[in-house]
Design a protein around this ligand. Structure first.
Ligand code: TXA
Ligand code: MG
Length: 317
């Protein structure tokens, strides 16, 4: 853990790439804002992002890649998505596209969604780092939840110092606001978040207007609605202390005992967060009518876990 920014020399970038490949947390500059990076293919590494940011909810994270070739290994690009990537990448545009079944971005980085947010940042330090890592890097802005996004390495140090393995200092970020997010999920592309790439430039590249509010396919993307998108098919019963007939169990710290999938037998909330989406999916795939969930403490990362579980258990539309 460190609290001091490290100048982004070639040697420092190589070390940062090693840290990321080993499951560490590295803050790095992009042209928009500093990102808090972790290996997007590892749910355990991504869980550490939420812990460091003290984020009360699991939002899907942007997976950063060097360019379109790497992005196409993760997501399915239709004609508008490819046109936008070619016009704006590398740059301050994130594209939300259907994930590829054989893509490597993990469940936690996608927050269990069947889409994936991808961006090729233009900052030379980010480019060098991503090429050295050779895997997609999940990175939200490198600030604590509820604070403003960092545009200097010292902002990151002030906010997250002592909670990250390395802070790569690449000077002030040029754009200063987050990337524009456009969903390309079939039909007209929709603007999910205004940002560094202006709407007019995007519409010029598309030769068409952007969908105003997210279309039907994109609507569940608003963070508050995530649950209704990836609610498991099975019903969900919370605060269970035993399994009833017809139930499968999602356990925490060995409460439900044999036959349940335990998010963390040793009661570690970071481990539990890392397992959450993958385990929900596995239990759903058993075809059981209901998933019984053991109590999970609501402190630390438990707040996000409990939020997600409450949404999964909420009445369905
Ligand atoms: O400029 C930026 O975009 C910065 C730098 C570090 O790249 N990153 C950033 O990440 O702003 P973050 O986590 O603060 O914002 C990510 C946004 C979230 O609001 C999330 O809802 C959306 O991206 N997002 C990512 N994947 C998505 C998906 N599959 N579906 C819908 N929204 C997605
Ligand atoms: Mg942010």
């Amino acid at each position: 853990m460190t609290s001091e920014p490290t100048s982004a020399t070639a040697a420092a970038i190589a070390r940062a790439a090693e840290l990321l490949r080993a499951g560490g947390l590295v803050a790095f500059p992009t042209e928009t804002v500093y990102g808090l990076g972790a290996d997007a293919t590892s749910d355990a590494a991504v869980a550490r992002i939420y812990a460091a940011k003290q984020r009360p909810r699991f939002n899907p994270l942007i997976a950063h890649v060097p360019g379109l070739a790497e992005a196409e290994a993760e997501g399915v690009f239709d004609a508008p998505a490819r046109a936008l990537a070619e016009a704006f990448w590398p740059g301050p545009l994130t594209l939300v596209v259907p994930r590829r079944r054989d893509g490597r971005v993990g469940e936690l980085a996608r927050a269990g969604l069947d889409s994936v947010g991808l961006r090729a940042p233009a900052h030379p330090v980010a480019q060098a780092l991503l090429r050295a890592v050779g895997r997609p890097v999940a990175a939200p802005s490198a600030n604590r939840s509820g604070r403003v996004s960092p545009t200097l390495a010292v902002h990151v140090a002030a906010d997250l110092g002592g909670r990250v393995d390395m802070i790569l200092d690449g000077g002030p970020t040029e754009v200063g606001v987050e990337s524009t997010i456009v969903a390309c999920l079939g039909g007209a592309p929709a603007l999910l978040r205004p940002g560094g790439a202006p709407r007019a430039a995007i519409e010029a590249a598309l030769g068409a207007a952007l969908g105003e509010s997210p279309a039907a396919a994109a609507a569940p993307l608003a963070p508050g609605m995530l649950a209704s998108h990836y609610a498991p098919r099975a019903a969900v019963r919370l605060q269970a202390d035993s399994l009833l007939p017809g139930e499968v169990g999602l356990d925490f710290a060995g409460r439900l005992g044999q036959g349940a999938l335990d998010l963390s037998p040793r009661g570690d909330l970071v481990e539990a967060a890392a397992n959450l989406f993958a385990y929900l999916r596995r239990l759903d795939e058993t075809g059981a009518a209901r998933i019984a969930v053991a109590p999970v403490p609501a402190d630390g990362l438990g707040e996000a876990i409990c939020d997600r579980l409450a949404r999964a258990a909420a009445p369905r539309p």
